[in-house]
Design a protein around this ligand. Sequence first.
Ligand code: DGT
Ligand code: MG
Ligand code: MG
Ligand code: MG
Ligand code: MG
Length: 268
Amino acid sequence: MAKTKFEYVRKFETDDTCLRNCWIVVRLDGRNFHKFAEDHKFKKPNDDRAIHLMTRCAQAVMECLEDIVVAYGQSDEYSFVFKKESNWFKRRASKFMTHVASHFSSSYVFYWKDYFHDQELLYPPGFDGRVILYPSDQNLRDYLSWRQADCHVNNLYNTVFWNLVLKGGLTNTQAEERLRGTLSSDKNEILFSEFSINYNNEPLMYRKGTVLVWTKEVETRTKNAKGSGEEKGNDIVVEKSVKKATPLHCDLIGDKFWEEHPDILMDH
Ligand code: DGT
Ligand code: MG
Ligand code: MG
Ligand code: MG
Ligand code: MG
C-alpha cells in the first residue's frame, strides 16, 4: 500500500523492547483497594473470597497469555514471571503490561459473582501495572522473596491490629499507637498472650500468599467412536494431558521450593 503523508507519526512511538536474556516480571496492584475493600465489605484482615478471586484471575492470565512460568500474589497484587527467552510481542514491555492488566481486570469483573455471592460489585476495579527486568536467577528469586517478606510483615501487623480493634475494643488510633515501634516478637507475644493466637498456626494462605505453578493433569472425556473398527458407534474414553496453573501456599524464600520446582528456572 502506498504510504500517506501521515505515516511519519509512527516514528513518535518509542522503543520499549525488554532487554534480551532477562526475566520479565509484570506486577499488578489494585487501584485504591483500601477503599474498594471497605466499600465491598472485605473481611479484616483477610477475606478468603477476595484472595480466591485474585487467584482465579491470575490463573486466567497464566492460561490465556503466553510464556508465564510462575506467578505470586498477596493482598491486592500479583506478579507474573515470563520466561527469559520469551519473544511474545517481540518483547515489547507495553504489550506485556497492558495485556496482563486488562485480562486480569476483566477477569476480576467476570468472575466476581463466583466468589462474592451476597455482595454486588459496586463499580469497576482497576489495576496498575509495571514491568521489571531481572538479569539473574538470584535477582528473580530475591524479587519474589521481597514480595513474600512484604506479605509476612503486613499480615502479621494486620492480624494484630484487627485483633486489637475487633476483639480488644481499641480504636484504630489506639491500636496504631500500641503497635508503633514494636518488633515481630512483640506482635507475636500480643497475639499469644491477649488473644491466644499462635501466629504460626494462622492459615498459610494468609502468611505466605499464593504461588501459581504449572502442573500436568490428565483429563478424561468420553467420545463417540467414529472409526470403522469394532469400536464404531461405542463410547470410548480419551485421555488428554492438560497444563493447569495450580495454587500453592508455601515458602519461596528458602531453597526447598526451587529444588522441588527446577523447571521454573530452567531454560524453556
Ligand atoms: P494504591 O495501590 O496506591 O492505589 O492504594 P491501595 O489502597 O490499593 O493500597 P495498597 O495496594 O498499598 O494496599 C492494599 C489495600 O487493599 C490495603 O489497604 C488492604 C486492602 N486489602 C487487600 N486485601 C484485603 C483483604 O483480604 N481484606 C481487607 N479488609 N482488605 C484488603
Ligand atoms: Mg500503593
Ligand atoms: Mg493497591
Ligand atoms: Mg498493594
Ligand atoms: Mg489491533
